[in-house]
Design a protein around this ligand. Structure first.
Ligand SMILES: C[S@@+](CC[C@H](N)C(=O)[O-])C[C@H]1O[C@@H](n2cnc3c(N)ncnc32)[C@H](O)[C@@H]1O
Length: 434
């Protein structure tokens, strides 16, 4: 079993890029094999390689004519792990090189020792620097910005002014945002607890009470985390409960609920709801909803169900519905860089159709006068403003309610790193009485 951190990183990147597996599944399994600080290093190496994959591969091509193939592919990713360390981390070069070479043993590719050593020494001696991806003008955008070409083209067409800043934001490390459980403390009280614990706050979003920390830290260091005083949730995701604006006595449906961040936030803000129903198609992901409800001491009806069907429905209409739709995830690439390599161009059309089906189905479960909040963590207009525009044009009982200061927009598109938040989209629809 490979317990060398670099070897594990190479295996994880191989599983994501070549085998199409999610880093969210692979990384925890690999982390379980190692201790303490090494878990963080492993995460850093995997995230780094997946963030800069095309640029790292470009650098490697400058030094190696033939790429490693077949059984040697894990070795290919090990070299990328090495180049990433030399170029993007503060790990001393000698340690980065020797530890990466040492990882050939658990990966059973000792024959690559000389090659890896040579490539990394070359990078280290700056011989490759002039030709490195960052320093070469006129390189294809896919290498310069380390994103797939199909995605860059879509962004160029949707955001002619902002596409470059979006791509650059996607390469950044995401900040840690927290959500104060207002059942326990007001925002001000919890800010004081953070101050007493010497935890530095960088930003507070007064509208949603979201707090951005100056540095990411272990959740167990947050005052009262185990007792449910606080949760980790991006500032953009924390807008959902405020926008839904549920009231005492409402029956609420969260129809793509796992892992339950928004379900719990709605319950924290409105504990006196008549009912909260949280459904998701993936039973295993609903376990996370149950864990979160338990930690926060909240209650909801949790049902494994397809939101595009009504098999599960008890016939009672809802006052408010949150549809946090399955989407491309293109707004959260800085948090999940594997999305760039797992998501394919033709997935988008299929997702748009699925979103349409769910939207149409759950609209019929909403009371006249009720509110539906449509949300995605996508920045592609076809999943967002175009989706909602089409829905409104086909449903004359659907009225768009403003969600941002810009009342002319169809919904609220948050771009990645705008006010330090993830890329997100919200549109609020009111059902007009017949
Ligand atoms: C963006 S995530 C939801 C995140 C969640 N709202 C939160 O804040 O923690 C989308 C969810 O939709 C679920 N999903 C996908 N297709 C579905 C369907 N047809 N019916 C119900 N849930 C579905 C996925 O399993 C996934 O958990």
């Amino acid at each position: 079993m490979a317990t060398n951190v670099r070897a594990l990183a190479a295996r994880c990147c191989f599983a994501v890029v070549d085998k199409g597996r999610s880093l969210g599944d692979e990384l925890p399994k690999a982390q379980a094999k190692i201790e303490g600080k090494d878990k963080g290093l492993l995460q850093e190496l995997c995230y780094g390689v997946l963030r800069y994959l095309p640029a790292l591969e470009y650098d490697l091509r400058q030094l190696m004519d033939k790429p490693l193939k077949g059984k040697q592919r894990v070795g290919h990713f090990l070299i990328l792990v090495g180049i990433y360390q030399v170029k993007h981390t503060r790990i001393p070069d000698h340690a980065a090189v020797s530890e990466t070479v040492a990882a050939t043993k658990p990966l059973k590719c000792d024959f690559l020792r000389g090659l890896i050593n040579g490539v990394l020494r070359n990078i280290q001696r700056n011989l490759a620097k002039e030709n490195s991806a960052e320093n070469t003008a006129n390189l294809p955008d896919a290498i310069k910005y380390s994103h797939p070409s199909w995605f860059i083209k879509k962004l160029q067409s949707a955001y002619p002014e902002q596409w470059e800043s979006i791509l650059t934001a996607n390469l950044e490390r995401p900040p840690m945002w927290i959500r104060v459980n207002q059942q326990h403390h007001t925002l001000e009280q919890y800010l004081l607890l953070l101050q007493q614990a010497d935890i530095e706050v960088e930003l507070v979003d007064k509208k949603s009470s979201a707090i951005k920390l100056a540095t990411a830290l272990d959740v167990n260091k947050l005052p009262g985390f185990v007792d449910g005083w606080v949760s980790v949730q991006d500032g953009a995701a924390q807008q959902a409960a405020t926008l839904l604006n549920s009231q005492a006595g409402d029956s609420v449906l969260d129809c793509c609920a796992a892992p339950g961040g928004k379900t719990c936030h709605i319950l924290e803000l409105t504990p006196e709801l008549a009912s909260m129903t949280a459904i998701d198609i993936e039973e295993s992901r609903l376990l996370r909803v149950k864990e979160n409800l338990t930690r926060l001491n909240l209650t909801a009806k949790v049902i494994t169900a397809d939101a595009a069907s009504q098999d599960w429905w008890d016939g009672q209409l809802y006052d408010r519905i949150l549809l946090d739709a399955p989407c491309s995830g293109t707004g959260v690439i800085r948090r999940h860089p594997d999305i760039k390599w797992l998501r394919k161009a033709d997935d988008i059309e299929k997702l748009v159709v699925l979103q349409q089906q769910i939207l149409k189905n759950i609209w019929s479960l909403l009371k006249p006068g009720g509110t539906l909040l449509y949300a995605t963590c996508s920045i592609l207009p076809e999943e967002n403003s175009q989706q909602i525009q089409q829905f409104i044009s086909e449903n004359n009982n659907a009225k768009l309610v403003p969600t941002s200061d810009n009342t002319n927009d169809i919904g609220w598109q948050i771009l990645p790193n705008e006010q330090s938040m993830d890329g997100f989209y919200y549109a609020k629809l009111e059902k007009q009485p017949a």
